[in-house]
Design a protein around this ligand. Structure first.
Ligand SMILES: O=c1ccn([C@@H]2O[C@H](COP(=O)(O)OP(=O)(O)O[C@H]3O[C@H](CO)[C@@H](O)[C@H](O)[C@H]3O)[C@@H](O)[C@H]2O)c(=O)[nH]1
Ligand SMILES: [Mn+2]
Length: 741
């Protein structure tokens, strides 16, 4: 009877689907009308040879509208068929029937990624509610830092207290830092255990142990250099009682392995994808679990049942054969109420629900369970394939190749020790030459081609015919550290955009490479992200050209009395209302709408542009690929402003100058424009051109405050404002010359 009950269900989000499709048709129709208006207008001007209508600004504005329409069209694939899913872990078979899981956690820099937080992630993963003998946690230390190596031992010592405590009291929040911060009532499980005297005493004891653990880490940091090196041998170590100076006891603990792969300055290391591939190979010989959970070091397990939830798909025989990965959303624990930097990435996750309706969400770097087989691409390898062929794909290690077989029983690790021969093999698998001349990073494992290894690897898995599912339970399974500072957003977004443009302008462009291998809708989803960075082109045009033309009295839009005025107004309102509807449908307020509009513009003017430029420089060999990790260390001053909802403009000039320049330009245009409307009575033909800067000025009001009103440290430095004013004058004079003639 029980077997017939489904492990998971999905439901089409009907209301959203209807609203979305209505929007697609009406908005799409209005866009066609706009294109008709522009082409006939340009055609006529050209035919008559009208000397009074300057051609270039019209063409540029039309070009911007076309790019915006194109990206809009691509993004509709995410809107087509939104679905949501539910799982029933209580229907899973018994523990003895559950498959084993390897957890991969990546860290790279103990200064930017504070060890206490990284170890909290490690501990939360070890404490997951899953049979301990089926859970293996691997920590990749890309910095090869002795701080991390020592800290992970402290983490082991503390987990010996923490894990039994969590099991005994069915603690929900298994990340200790989060547990001790949370209000106890949140932790109540209704069975009275939480009020017992015994519990209170034990909790106190554990809290002391946690403080001891933190002191231990501080000591490590004091006494050890946090130097990270790009030139060192591989270090692989199982962390256990013996090497942590503890007496062994009966506590059932998951396996914990520390891995610092070999690094040499002469060898490219391919950043996180390289690190994950080393973990894939090393774990292949050590535990070889069929399923893998990947976590960034800044993202801890918030719900200990995530593995069981994921198994509701992997153990469902209807979904499973083609299922490559189960993706959970990235949610964050450090976002303030007002979320002024849009660090939550709210707008991303509804897209994933939409992608789920067209064969699956995109891989998002962290918080996903993936099939080892999907990463190896071995599902279509024949049993009798010859060794040479396999070595070409997977490298020369015979032991590793043996591990590809389903029946392989890993034997590298026995009785708490690596066997000598195999340790040598494992070190080879973690060496920087191991994947030379193989298909690692190309057709096997996480792909190297782009710094958004998650996006690009997921794309290939989908191209290979795997599907994925998106699960967004009420209690977030994972919680991360979101970016809460302008500079960090700039660094992070620029990196993402570099990665996306690398793909967009390559032979892997989802629009060319995709449709032969996946559905059109799915290719459109990938393409939308890949081409998103190009938003910077239309946005720059629309923040400069209508304004310059306004100053020169050149009208670029239909006058208010023209029927096509309605088309333009409709397009503006329809896109804003759709955005507002989306914001409301995730339970957010109109303020979120304004912030998302603002940050979208801000990102487009900066990260999208720099990202695109950097990617192009990389393509032509003038720049080397890089992966600058975000800084997760908290700065008290900055976080104070952030909590108060005040922008902190202590940021790079590269970031601020374009924003301030455009702001001043729009301010000038708006003031002059209004004066013109009143004095020369141009309201009819200039209405839209006055409205555009007005909208920009209102949405980006914090820039005005930052430049002209604020006196605190977080304001925009006067030197930056001056520089921007100078740039604005250059644009005004130079632009006028070009545009008018
Ligand atoms: O050479 C490197 C660089 C980074 N990392 C790790 O990669 C993870 C992600 O780095 P982070 O600085 O936190 O970047 P984010 O922008 O927050 O990460 C997002 O974007 C990345 C792609 O750019 C994805 O890999 C991540 O999963 C996704 O969460 C962290 O655990 C790092 O320690 C490495 O292991 N090796
Ligand atoms: Mn991160």
């Amino acid at each position: 009877m029980e077997n017939s009950l489904p492990l998971n269900l999905y439901r089409v989000k009907k209301t959203n689907l209807i609203i979305n499709r209505l929007h697609i048709f009406t908005h799409g129709f209005a866009l066609l009308a706009l294109i008709y208006y522009r082409t006939t207008f340009l055609f006529q001007t050209f035919k008559i040879g009208d000397k009074n209508t300057p051609f270039l600004p019209h063409v540029l504005v039309f070009f911007s509208e076309l790019i915006l329409s194109f990206i809009w069209l691509l993004s509709q694939a995410f809107q087509w068929n939104p679905i949501s899913r539910k799982v029933f872990p209580e229907r899973l078979p018994g523990n003895d029937k559950l498959p084993s899981i390897d957890v991969f956690i990546c860290t790279t820099n103990p200064i930017k990624e504070p060890s206490v937080d990284v170890m909290n992630t490690v501990i939360s993963a070890m404490a997951m509610e899953y049979p301990a003998d089926k859970l293996h946690v691997y920590l990749s230390d890309d910095g090869g830092s002795s701080v991390t190596f020592q800290a992970v031992k402290e983490a082991w010592k503390f987990s010996k207290w923490w894990i039994p405590f969590c099991r005994k009291y069915e603690v929900k929040a298994r990340c200790p830092a989060a547990y001790f911060l949370a209000d106890e009532s949140e932790e109540g499980n209704g069975n009275g255990k939480f009020s017992s005297i015994e519990f209170i005493a034990e909790k106190k004891k554990i809290e002391e142990k946690y403080e001891e653990f933190k002191r231990g880490i501080s000591k490590v940091i004091e006494n050890t250099s946090s130097y990270t090196s790009r030139d060192h041998d591989p270090v692989i170590q199982v962390i256990n009682d013996a090497n942590c100076g503890l007496d062994s006891d009966e506590t059932e603990m998951p396996l914990l392995v520390y891995v610092a792969r070999e690094k040499r300055p002469s060898h490219p290391h391919h950043f996180k994808a390289g690190a994950l591939n080393v973990l894939l190979r090393v774990s292949g010989l050590v535990s070889n679990s069929p399923y893998i959970l990947v976590l960034d070091c800044d993202m801890y397990c918030n719900d200990p049942t995530s593995a069981r939830q994921a198994m509701c798909f992997f153990l469902d025989s209807q979904v499973s054969p083609k299922l490559g990965f189960v993706q959970f959303p990235q949610r964050f624990h450090n976002i303030s109420e007002s979320d002024i930097y849009d660090g939550r990435l709210r707008f991303v996750w509804p897209k994933w629900e939409g992608a789920d309706g067209v064969r699956g969400p995109l891989l998002s770097g962290t918080g996903f369970y993936i099939k080892r087989e999907a990463l190896y691409g071995t599902s279509n390898i024949q049993e009798d394939v010859d060794l040479v062929q396999l070595q070409k794909s997977f490298g020369p290690s015979n032991e590793f190749i043996k591990s590809l077989q389903r029946i392989y029983k890993p034997n590298a690790f026995k009785d708490g020790e690596f066997s000598g021969v195999l340790l040598k093999e494992i070190k080879f698998l973690a060496s920087c030459t191991c994947d030379n001349l193989t298909k690692w990073g190309k057709e096997v494992g996480f792909r190297y081609f782009s710094v958004v290894e998650d996006y690009f690897t997921g794309f290939h898995l989908h191209c290979d015919g795997w599907i994925s599912v998106y699960l967004d339970p009420a209690r977030p399974c994972f919680l991360g550290a979101g970016t809460t500072n302008l500079n960090e957003i700039f660094v992070q977004q620029t990196r993402w955009m570099v990665g996306l443009v690398e793909v967009a302008v390559s032979r892997f462009s989802p629009l060319i490479y995709g449709p032969q291998r996946m559905s059109i809708l799915q290719s459109m989803c990938y393409a939308e992200l890949a081409y998103d960075p190009f938003f910077f082109l239309p946005l720059y045009c629309l923040a400069i050209i209508p304004q310059l033309c306004l100053l020169h009295g050149i009208s670029l839009y239909p006058e208010v009395s023209n029927p096509f005025f309605i088309v333009f107004s409709f397009l503006f309102l329809s896109s804003q209302l759709k955005h507002i509807q989306e914001v409301f449908s995730t339970g957010d307020s109109i303020q979120t709408w304004a912030i998302e509009q603002r940050l979208w513009m801000l990102r487009s003017f900066t990260s999208y542009m720099y990202g695109t430029l950097n990617a192009i420089l990389e393509r032509i060999g003038l720049r080397e690929a890089s992966f600058l990790p975000t800084n997760k260390a908290v700065n008290d001053e900055q976080s104070k402003l952030y909590r108060m909802g005040i922008y902190d403009f202590q940021a790079s000039v590269l970031l601020l100058a374009p924003l301030c320049t455009l702001y001043i330009l729009n301010l000038v245009a708006f003031i002059v424009g209004v004066a013109k409307i009143f004095h020369i009575q141009q309201a009819n033909e200039m209405f839209i051109q006055v409205f555009i800067p007005l909208f920009g000025l209102i949405i980006n009001y914090p820039l005005f405050e930052g430049m002209f009103l604020r006196k605190d440290d977080g304001r925009i430095a006067p030197s930056v404002a001056l520089l921007s004013a100078a740039l604005c004058i250059i644009i005004l004079s130079f632009g006028s010359l070009v545009l008018v003639y």
